[in-house]
Design a protein around this ligand. Structure first.
Ligand SMILES: Cc1cc2nc3c(=O)[nH]c(=O)nc-3n(C[C@H](O)[C@H](O)[C@H](O)COP(=O)(O)OP(=O)(O)OC[C@H]3O[C@@H](n4cnc5c(N)ncnc54)[C@H](O)[C@@H]3O)c2cc1C
Length: 393
């Protein structure tokens, strides 16, 4: 395995860096815009920055970096894409529209109709259309196949009733990828269908949930006799499980948690050096260990992208990368808050908060990272089953 990037990749990394230096607001860190992974925190006027950045990234052709040329993409590798995501995460830049550009688009290449591709791909690539995910329900999270939101066929439409929850960015999205039950008589995942739903459809209500950082990043979505045209069904009726599995397989190609952990270590080291008068306990040992762990996490993420390029990535590889990255970020954020003592707990509203409350913010958001895209326990189940072939208990 060659651990070096090509000259072209190094040039591309520099291009993304220069672009972000130029295009992000100069006080971006003050917005606490931490695009750790697939989510952003649009505090202050962060939503506007998100929208503007998406359009700019779209104009560069970077939202469709790994898409095949036939769908208007750049046909770059997943390693190239990870370089792009790494640079975005390093600056906490929003705008890459993970659900639309990274996850839904490749799902539509495989299962979408010609009409669905024509209608959505161009708008996703240009940064004009935003998507959220409507999968989880109050009683269906890790066990997603137990979902109860239902769709009933009525002539050329389906009528949808039910509730989704924890939908990231739904408040700011135009469309939703929705999983519903279309055949209650069939067992669990066999009776599920996948729809593309315009969030402005009558009968659809998006109700923001304030998250642990005090931001309305999540939402519940209620469906009350919402009519969705049959043309918005993806992959066929009762075929939604395989569609969603495809979509979720792209979710774990990510590097945000590791990059943010690396930034956190760097900033913490700078902060410690700038404040020598304070007692820093066992910081040398702790930070040295974290530094090595972050390096390992970085390699695991690029290895996953490289395996995707070769077409040999398994669910085990994806679960291992996600588990390691998110647990690393949680550990790193916890170390930061512990070392900073009481100051580490101050949020952005307090002028004494180190780095405008960045450490505190990361500490809180790092917890959700070990739940989203499969909880750490669920990821360990995948690793035990597929990686180690251990029998179920
Ligand atoms: C930051 C964030 C963003 C999210 N974004 C979205 C989104 O955009 N769209 C969306 O639809 N959902 C989203 N979610 C929801 C997320 O997918 C669910 O929270 C997750 O799947 C867990 O489901 P749950 O919360 O119902 O917990 P549960 O599944 O009820 O789990 C509760 C606890 O039991 C454990 N557990 C469950 N099953 C097992 C098992 N088989 N073995 C061992 N332990 C188990 C879990 O690990 C957890 O500790 C998001 C969540 C977070 C935190």
């Amino acid at each position: 395995m060659d651990f070096l990037f090509t000259e072209e990749q190094e040039r591309f990394r520099q291009e993304v860096r220069s672009f972000l230096d130029k295009e992000l607001p100069s006080d971006w860190v003050d917005y606490i815009g931490t695009a750790i992974d697939d989510t952003i925190t649009p505090s202050k006027n962060g939503e506007k920055v998100f929208r503007d950045m998406a359009l700019k990234l779209g104009r560069k052709g970077w939202l469709s970096l790994f898409w095949p040329k036939e769908y208007g993409g750049q046909s770059c590798s997943y390693v190239d894409y990870l370089i792009f995501l790494e640079e975005l995460a390093r600056r906490g830049s929003p705008g890459y529209n993970a659900i639309g550009a990274k996850m839904l688009a490749p799902t539509l290449f495989k299962y979408g109709t010609a009409e669905q591709k024509a209608r959505h791909l161009k708008l996703i690539a240009s940064g004009d259309e935003f998507w959220c995910e409507g999968f989880t329900e109050p009683d269906a999270g890790s066990d997603l196949a137990s979902l109860q939101t239902k769709a009933v066929r009525d002539n050329n439409d389906y009528i949808i009733n039910g509730q989704k929850t924890w939908s990231t960015f739904a408040k700011y999205s135009d469309w939703c990828c929705l999983l519903v039950r279309t055949a209650p008589e069939l067992k669990r995942h066999r009776g599920i269908s996948f729809f593309l739903v315009d969030l402005s459809t009558p009968g659809v209500t998006v109700n923001p949930i304030i998250d642990i950082q005090g931001e309305p990043d999540f939402a519940e979505i209620f469906f009350e006799d919402a009519r969705v045209p049959k043309e918005n069904l993806v992959g066929g009726e009762n075929e939604g499980w395989k569609v969603v599995q495809t979509m979720l397989s792209y979710e774990r190609i990510a590097i945000g948690p590791v990059t943010v952990a690396q930034s956190l270590i760097e900033r913490l080291v700078e902060y410690i050096k700038a404040n020598p008068q304070r007692q820093w306990g066992n910081s040398r040992q702790t930070l040295a260990k974290l530094k090595v762990e972050a390096e390992i996490g970085w390699l695991i993420c690029y290895r996953l992208a490289w395996l995707h390029d070769k077409g040999t990535a398994t669910a085990y590889d994806a679960a291992a990368s996600r588990l390691y990255s998110t647990e690393l970020l949680k550990r790193a954020a916890s170390v930061a808050v512990e070392l900073l003592g009481l100051y580490g707990q101050l949020d952005k509203k307090d002028s004494r908060a180190p780095l405008h409350g960045w450490f505190e913010h990361l500490y809180l958001s790092s917890i959700g990272m070990t739940i989203a895209a499969g909880t750490s326990e669920v990821l360990k189940n995948v690793i035990a089953g597929i990686g180690l072939k251990l029998p179920r208990e």
